[in-house]
Design a protein around this ligand. Structure first.
Ligand code: BG6
Ligand code: MG
Length: 221
């Protein structure tokens, strides 16, 4: 059997930190008097910190100095770090540990592929870090999702061809990145939003062992 590898996004897939990113961007946008909707927030999911701020400023038709840009990114991250300061394993999304344990039992390669520079801190806080053979995060990549770089680095480090990788993602940009990498893309969230994904599930409680077994022998079409 061809070896398969599984690459997990972090925010919104393993833990519900997407809500904290939203809150922190929302207060930044409010301070700048830029309207910011939850539809716009969907476009920030999976997107790097720098690209996210660029998008918000564009939506608000604002230009700011480089110095202010750097300060705002810092302040956004400080607010976000406050939200995650008290995080523990209770914030792991339902059935993520069950799916990870099943993949480990089946001796599958597992990587993290996240845009976040805070990924390692979070994995340590929720005590899942040891589940991952490889961690690729925002400190390793130069191109943000939807560029496939983050997932291609993960595949390379695991020694598995991209077409034998399966990606779990909650963001439009991340699904696009997985598809651009020619990997099987599994959306976690709303099928209306993640319609570019090969498969979509509301959350991991819907992912059965039968479905995972099928992935072990499925090729990307
Ligand atoms: C992604 C999130 O995982 O990481 C984005 O979906 C976030 O919302 C990005 O902007 C960068 O994260 P951080 O923690 O480095 O600011
Ligand atoms: Mg995400």
């Amino acid at each position: 059997m061809i070896e398969k590898a599984f690459i997990f996004d972090l925010d919104g897939v393993i833990v519900d930190t997407a809500k904290y990113h939203f809150l922190a961007w929302k207060s930044l946008a409010t301070a700048l008097e830029i309207p910011f909707s939850s539809e716009q927030n969907e476009q920030l999911k999976g997107v790097s910190r720098i690209r996210s701020l660029e998008k918000i400023l564009k939506w608000g038709n604002k230009t700011i100095s480089e110095e202010k840009f750097t300060r705002l990114m810092f302040e956004k991250n400080e607010e976000y770090l406050n939200y995650i300061a008290t995080m523990d394993d209770k914030e792991i999304l339902p059935d993520v540990p069950r799916v990870l344990a099943y993949l480990i039992k089946k001796q599958k390669a597992i990587a993290l592929g996240s845009a976040s520079k805070n990924a390692r801190i979070i994995l340590e806080k929720v005590k899942l870090i040891d589940n991952f053979q490889v961690i690729v995060d925002g400190t390793d990549v130069s191109k943000a999702k939807p560029d496939p770089e983050v997932f291609l680095i993960g595949a390379k480090k695991l020694g598995v061809d991209p077409e034998n990788c399966i990606v779990f993602e909650d963001s439009i940009a991340g699904i696009e990145a997985a598809n651009n990498a020619r990997m099987i893309s599994i959306g976690i969230g709303d099928a209306g939003i993640l319609h570019e994904a090969d498969y979509v599930f509301k959350d991991f409680t819907e992912i059965t062992e039968e479905f995972i077994n099928m992935l072990f022998i499925t090729e990307k079409v």
